[in-house]
Design a protein around this ligand. Sequence first.
Ligand code: APR
Length: 249
Amino acid sequence: MSEAVLDVPQGLIEALRNARHVVALTGSGISAESGVPTFRDAQSGLWAQYEPTELATPEAFEADPKLVWSWYQWRRELVAAAQPNAGHRALVELAGRVPRFDLLTQNVDGLHQRAGSCDVVEYHGNLFRDFCSARCGAPDSIASAATEPPPCPRCSALLRPGVVWFGEAIPSIAVDLANAACAECALFLSIGTSSLVWPAAGLATLAAANGAVVVEVNPHETGISDRAQYRLAANAGAVLPKLIDLLLR
Ligand code: APR
């Protein structure tokens, strides 16, 4: 959406200026402008025949570790070639402009960290980590470039990508940090997420229950649009820098 069309309500700017604690929850939409397909975009090439939900599961890895591993290696290459965009960078700027800022992401692409964000709470893990599929206690490792899942150096079970798969629990540390932040924040930004996947989808409601101003940044309506006092129906890469610009005026 062009800058001229983007109308940011004065009430939102005042709320942002006065907020002593801001939480941002991001989804794959914030990485869309970096060229990383959103989670529900159609897969391309070889992978067009698969639904992510068919591959991102412990059962799929158990049945065909090499196939699942190859899919992640393809995603790793795709994401490694992408660059953080103005939306990611605006959140780095925002973190330096509010007394307390918590960044929660459902994304596994690491683009927030590459943009300069610190202490990112990764709800669904990170594409560029591996861990032991038998969870033997071996420490996580940097993603292997091997074409097949390598053996765990400690127990020889296969290593797997360090992401949370469908049907798996969100790391409890991420849940605790996210819930604590949402229970205390003054303003909650839901950015580029369809708010379909729980428990992340419940965070806007948790923030609203504590009296936070809820703001949604998404060109399309979602399951939490009705809880948002403000909806900015535009791309994060246009909206977030605009919010920073207005905040600093
Ligand atoms: N700016 C803001 N929002 C955008 C943009 C953009 N440039 N482009 C797309 N969107 C919005 C879409 O309208 C959609 O609502 O981003 C959202 C992306 O939704 P999904 O593809 O469902 O991704 P996400 O919400 O992150 O999925 C959550 O579900 O499948 C699991 O683990 C997966 O982390 C993922 C989780």
